[in-house]
Design a protein around this ligand. Structure first.
Ligand SMILES: [Zn+2]
Ligand SMILES: [Zn+2]
Length: 251
């Protein structure tokens, strides 16, 4: 009886709010599998580029068709990372990008379900998250008030759930705070961004770091890596030793 009611409620919901693809606006057919996308249509789903090895160990960007050996990734050759390894689930374009944009700029928290689905299909990312303290990149308090939430934290929650949560030794701690208000970072060149970000983060009040634990900084997107590196530097100054990075997308 209950399941019939649920089916009816779902059917009714789909008539009133048909699931529409966040990228192309087309109707999304309800998939049979539990991990089917809900807001990405089959055509756009097929174009999501999941990252596979070989890829850069700093930013996670794939190396296409290159043979093994020493290589310098063009995305982070000037980064000088203070974290160990960075992994990313997908390339930040197409429907993957639209999912994050829906979350960030259109208050579309329903996109989180599909973001979690992407992580569930990214075993290398989940492997890095297991047994770790996930540290979301903090927003400046003013910006978080405006937006009403920190998308980095929501993305970290998706990673935690996809990785198996507490049972997999994953937990989330807001260990950092953003001290400088870096509003229009995207308009600045790389060098200026990096200089601005140098001391942009510090430990949150009451944060306790443990040199024996594994920390993973989580953000929605890896662009230049300077924000993530600045977070890693703040964690390191506060006593963390083992620091990795996970991002949803690279772009
Ligand atoms: Zn679509
Ligand atoms: Zn790289």
């Amino acid at each position: 009886m209950l399941s019939t009611f649920k089916q009816m409620a779902h059917a009714f919901g789909d008539v009133v709010f048909p699931p529409v693809c966040v990228h192309c606006g087309g109707i999304v057919e309800r998939g049979k599998k539990p991990d089917a996308f809900r807001y990405v249509c089959a055509r756009c789903e097929a174009r999501i580029e999941f990252v596979a090895e070989p890829c850069c160990t700093t930013c996670g960007h794939p190396f296409y068709g290159e043979s093994a050996g020493e290589r310098v990734c063009e995305h982070c050759e000037s980064l000088a990372p203070v974290f160990n390894e960075g992994r990313t689930a997908v390339l930040f374009k197409g429907a993957a990008r639209s999912l994050v944009h829906a979350l960030k700029y259109h208050n579309a928290c329903h996109a989180l379900r599909d973001i979690e689905t992407v992580f569930k299909r990214s075993p290398r990312v989940l492997e890095l998250a297991r047994g770790a303290v996930l540290v979301p990149v903090p927003l400046h308090p003013r910006k978080e008030r405006e937006r009403g939430y920190n998308q980095g934290r929501l993305v970290a929650e998706c990673v935690a759930r996809a990785a198996g949560g507490r049972a997999a030794g994953v937990r989330i701690e807001m260990l950092l705070r953003r001290v400088s208000d870096t509003v229009s970072q995207t308009l600045l060149d790389r060098a200026t961004r990096r200089a601005n970000l140098k001391n942009a983060f510090s430990p949150a009040s009451g944060a306790r770091m443990n040199a024996g634990l594994k920390y993973v900084i989580v953000d929605d997107v890896f662009t230049t890596g300077s924000t993530l590196n600045s977070c890693a530097a703040a964690l390191r100054r506060a006593g963390c030793v083992n620091i990795d990075v996970i991002t949803f997308g690279h772009g």
